[in-house]
Design a protein around this ligand. Structure first.
Ligand code: ATP
Length: 515
């Protein structure tokens, strides 16, 4: 007797991220940010689609009756759901991009199914009927998105059927979840699962797959490679493939941590600055909540590991063994370390000896597999790649230097927005900016900040990226230094050019920053 083939489907696990809720009431926006929350898709007793946000302190939920998705920054782990009926924007950030993609695909797919009227007839109930209904308050996790539903959604959107995606014919292959099908794909690149290929449009390189295999085999892995070889790209894939409840995502710095939706290694470890003695670190890590986290951890991801101080790494290894009461290296935690020791070193105080973590006995004990990515994916000009590789090793031949010099006056400009020039010192930045501003012929407009707390003015001036006095002219280049409205691309780092001043407002043409 033949067993019926299981239909491929995609289930959606809770999404861990930061959510900023922006609600406009009587013309005034109200904002609140919730870090480290879990987003879940579900249905209530009336079969309405519900988005539920569970945080450490409270839970909130919204009905997903009419919404729009803004996914321009999906690759950076950011997206916005605009709820039209309530003038509310839910801005998600710090999410693992792959998980966010799956979450939004399921959301969009279920919306399309609901629009077709297949999600039940309870929607026809009036508000009064709902109010008077004796149905219990319920939240039931949404069912997985089936391939059939997905195909239907694509058809209704006027997009080509699945088999035509990327112009490749795809084989029918049962798969339960994006994770399991993804693993199959990574283990056997020749066999492509219908679901996984669709949800993972970009395939890993052979080198990247080797890292995935090493991680799946449970080894503690360090993978490295020069700039652009896809370390962060791969790390995000790994994050999406490990069990969320026992995987902790960290990085040596806050900026690096925010890129992968994690926290700093220091914050995870709970040992303060880590500069105290081992006994002090142990005392701090033994606090109830911290120790519980250490015990819960089975897989620890550390990005930009080159910046982790060697002595700190040694202390953490000892803390892990002690708190977890496990004598295995790093207390039995699988380490997934990523970085390039030829890029950024640990931050040290003046006169302090610099110890990289790979130089420590703890590293020797813990890291059982080291792999290097060599295939540069960011650039495809072989000559440029060769120059970059040589410079990475501190070598710059005369021919390479000459080639680089030839690009000095290149004008990289799009829509009037010039490429940003990076400097090592603020003084150089200020000087270049004022030279360019003076070159513009228009009238200067001066904007002076208004501080509500005059006592804190000095502190504010010293700690904010923009000075108290801002001078602008039509045609000047500007950069946002704060996330204003993620859904509209007004994010920290977005660049623009001032096109006009109208009624006290500054009109700008903006462009989001590329990596
Ligand atoms: N397998 C792949 N297929 C297609 N594109 C890829 C692949 N791997 C990486 N990329 C792309 O290559 C670019 C560089 O990748 P990534 O930023 O992860 O490199 P990196 O090694 O982390 O670089 P850096 O050291 O500068 O941070 C990105 O645009 C990424 O999307």
């Amino acid at each position: 007797m033949e067993t019926p083939e299981k239909e491929p489907q995609v289930s959606v696990p809770p999404l861990q991220c930061t959510v900023t809720v922006e609600r406009t009431q009587q013309g005034r926006p109200h904002c609140s940010t919730h870090k480290g929350v879990r987003l879940m898709l579900g249905r209530n007793a009336f079969r309405d689609m519900i988005l539920r946000m569970e945080g450490p302190r409270h839970s909130l939920q919204w009905s997903l009756d009419k919404f729009r998705l803004h996914t321009r920054f999906l690759k950076e782990g950011k997206a916005t759901i605009s709820l039209q009926d309530t003038n509310t924007n839910l801005m998600m950030s710090n999410a693992p991009p792959h998980q966010l993609l799956v979450f939004l695909k399921v959301l969009a797919g279920k919306k399309a199914v609901a629009a077709e009227g297949t999600a039940g007839t309870a929607k026809a109930l009036t508000a009064r009927q709902r109010l008077l209904s004796d149905r219990p308050v319920a939240f039931e996790e949404i069912s997985p998105l089936t391939l059939k539903e997905y195909k239907g959604a694509r058809k209704r959107e006027g997009r080509p059927p699945l088999k035509e995606v990327n112009g490749q014919k795809q084989q029918q292959q049962p798969g339960a979840s994006p994770l399991s099908s993804k693993r199959k794909m990574q283990d056997s690149p020749g066999r492509k699962s219908k679901v996984s290929r669709f949800f993972n449009p970009t395939l890993l390189t052979a080198e990247q797959r080797k890292v995935v295999q090493a991680v799946s085999s449970g080894q503690s892995v360090f993978f490295t490679g020069s700039a652009g070889t896809g370390k962060s790209f791969l790390l995000q894939r790994l994050v999406g493939s490990l069990p969320p409840e026992s995987t902790f995502i960290t990085a040596s710095t806050g900026v690096a941590a925010s890129h992968i939706g994690g926290c700093t290694l220091h914050a995870f470890a709970g040992v303060g600055t880590g500069e105290g003695s081992l006994e002090q670190c142990l005392r701090l890590a033994s606090r109830k909540a911290v120790a519980q986290q250490w015990r819960q951890c089975r897989h620890l991801i550390v990005d930009e590991v080159s910046m982790v101080d060697g002595l700190f790494f040694e202390k953490l290894e000892a803390v892990a063994r002690s708190v977890r009461k496990n004598d295995k290296p790093f207390g039995g935690i699988q380490l997934i370390l990523c970085g390039d020791f030829l890029q950024l070193p640990p931050v040290t105080k003046r006169g302090e000896q610099r110890v990289f973590c790979f130089q420590t006995p703890a590293w020797e004990r813990c890291v059982t597999c080291t792999l290097e990515l060599t295939d540069v994916k960011r650039q495809d000009d072989p000559e440029f790649i060769e120059i970059l590789q040589a410079v990475r090793l501190g070598r710059c031949s005369e021919a390479a230097a000459e080639k680089l010099q030839q690009t000095v006056n290149n004008c990289v400009e799009r829509d009037g927005i010039k490429a940003s020039r990076l400097c090592t010192h603020r003084d150089d930045v200020d000087h270049i900016n004022s030279v360019h501003l003076n070159d513009l012929s228009g009238q200067e407009r001066v904007f002076v900040s208004v501080d509500s707390d005059l006592e804190q003015q000095g502190v504010l001036d010293a700690n904010t990226p923009v000075g108290r006095r801002l001078v602008l002219k039509v045609g000047c280049q500007v950069m946002l230094t704060k996330n204003l409205e993620v859904g509209r691309g007004l994010v920290n780092g977005a660049r623009g050019v001032v096109t006009a001043f109208t009624h006290g407002n500054t009109v700008m043409h903006t462009m989001c920053c590329d990596k």
